[in-house]
Design a protein around this ligand. Structure first.
Ligand code: EPZ
Length: 417
């Protein structure tokens, strides 16, 4: 099993080009199933989750061609309607294919997505919404058997929580449904807007994406389109946190600054200066990071839960106590135990994590147990004195493209063994 070896406490410098967003690429690949022609996605990251989505599309009968950052999907001969258990287990977010398969095939058989390291990942909002749109869903022994006897029809759907995945499933199912669908309390993440832009480029009629109320007027059929995936705001946040943690001035490029607005105030409160210039953002950290009084993860445009772990790693060497409240997932502090092994001083009480900044971290062998927790260990390893060995790289490879190459280009002493 490969590991990452980091000799830390080295200054970084330079610029890193941010890859396309994983959490946009995955729903866009699912959405191609409702298109009536070939779709070409540009700026897609090469990540294992994207590979898994490609395997699911192939299994459903799509023709998929990938070259560098481009994915060409021809769904015209797709006639599958089930996703095998192994593929469902490989990627929890495969549930995002449910709306697309049901919309295209009028039926679907999926197994329940496994829980993941962030705790149970319920899909009650997804199922409630699709049932309101005319899907009959039988859940037995961990599998979902869906049929749509009278076709999908529009509905008014109020989400008790602005779930990203549920919003995406509804959008994809609604574009070809009979009539109009209204989503109340929809997720507002940039990835929702990216999905709506893609579908509208194919002829869909979606209004209000990015706001809490989204209206979709069903159409008879969609064409294909070409679309460039938005940059990965969480990858950008991770590299910025690495710069802050190592006291290095560095630049992330090919980003959309607006998407980083929820993170900027936290970086500024820690004493960093952020300079934006077009699609680049440069971070200039202080000699010693200051603590950040409180960081509450919230749905967009609040502070993103996916940035909680990398920012915690950065603040573990700040001067003073920072308090995190994780409001989105019920157990997203798995990385704390590993940060303690590196010398951090963090106390977890339920959804609250109290981070007492220490002077410095010291290298140790640690294990990534989820994607963003793994990113936190990389950020911590870059600032830690001595050598840090990180295992569990399969988690990191799901969400960070060319991680060690990018870090080496920034001057880090990191290699995969
Ligand atoms: C998406 O997951 C992202 N994944 C996650 O990123 C991200 O953390 C999350 O949105 C929040 O921003 C992808 O886009 C592939 P949710 P998703 O539905 O859609 C509860 C990463 O690291 N909920 O908004 O699963 C749920 O339990 C990943 O890149 C229900 O209760 O997130 C959670 O507490 C991790 N019932 C909260 O809502 C439901 O039916 C947020 O979930 C659905 C969700």
């Amino acid at each position: 099993m490969s590991k990452l070896l980091i000799h830390g406490a080295k200054k970084l410098q330079g610029e890193v080009n941010i890859h396309g967003a994983k959490n946009s690429t995955l729903p866009l690949m699912a959405a191609s199933l409702v298109c009536g022609g070939k779709c070409i996605l540009h700026n897609c990251p090469s990540l294992s989750d994207v590979d898994t989505s490609e395997r699911i599309l192939n299994h459903l009968g799509c023709r998929v061609k990938r070259s560098d950052g481009d994915i060409e999907i021809d769904p015209t001969s797709a006639d599958g309607y089930n996703i095998p258990d192994d593929l469902m287990r490989e990627m929890r977010s495969s549930i995002i294919f449910l709306g697309a398969i049901v919309a295209r095939m009028g039926k679907a058989i999926l197994s329940y997505p496994g829980g993941c390291e962030l705790g149970p990942r319920p899909i009650d909002l997804h199922l409630m919404a699709l049932r309101r749109m005319g899907v009959i869903i039988n859940e037995d022994h961990g599998s979902l058997n869906c049929v749509v006897p009278n076709g999908l029809h529009g509905a008014v759907i109020s989400l008790s929580f602005p779930s990203v995945g549920a919003t995406e499933n509804i959008l994809i199912a609604a574009v070809l449904a009979e009539g109009t669908t209204v989503i109340n309390n929809a997720a507002r993440e940039p990835e929702i807007c990216d999905l709506a832009d893609f579908l509208n480029s194919c002829g869909a009629k979606i209004r209000g994406a990015g706001e809490s109320t989204v209206t979709i007027e069903g159409v008879k059929r969609l064409s294909g389109c070409e679309h460039r995936v938005i940059p990965d705001r969480i990858a950008a946040a991770t590299y910025l946190a690495a710069g802050a943690a190592t006291g290095s001035t560095l630049t992330v490029s090919d980003i959309i600054p607006k998407h980083l607005e929820p993170i900027v105030p936290v970086l500024e409160e820690s004493g960093c200066v952020l300079k934006t210039n077009g699609n680049k953002m440069t971070i200039i950290p202080p000699k010693r990071l200051h603590r950040v009084k409180s960081i509450r993860t919230m749905p967009y445009p609040g502070f993103p839960t996916d940035a909680q772990a990398p920012i915690m790693a950065m603040l573990s060497v700040a001067d003073g106590t920072s308090v995190f409240v994780e409001n989105i997932f019920e157990s997203r502090y798995k990385h704390v135990g590993e940060l303690l092994r590196l010398g951090a001083n963090i106390k977890v009480e339920g959804r609250v994590a109290i981070v007492d900044g220490v002077e410095k971290l010291s290298g140790a062998s640690v294990e990534a147990t989820d994607l963003r927790g793994g990113a936190a260990l990389v950020v911590a390893g870059l600032t830690a004195y001595g050598t840090t060995e990180i295992s569990g790289l399969n988690h990191l490879d799901r969400g960070y493209e060319n991680l060690e190459r990018n870090l080496r280009n920034l001057g880090a002493d990191v290699k995969r063994i």
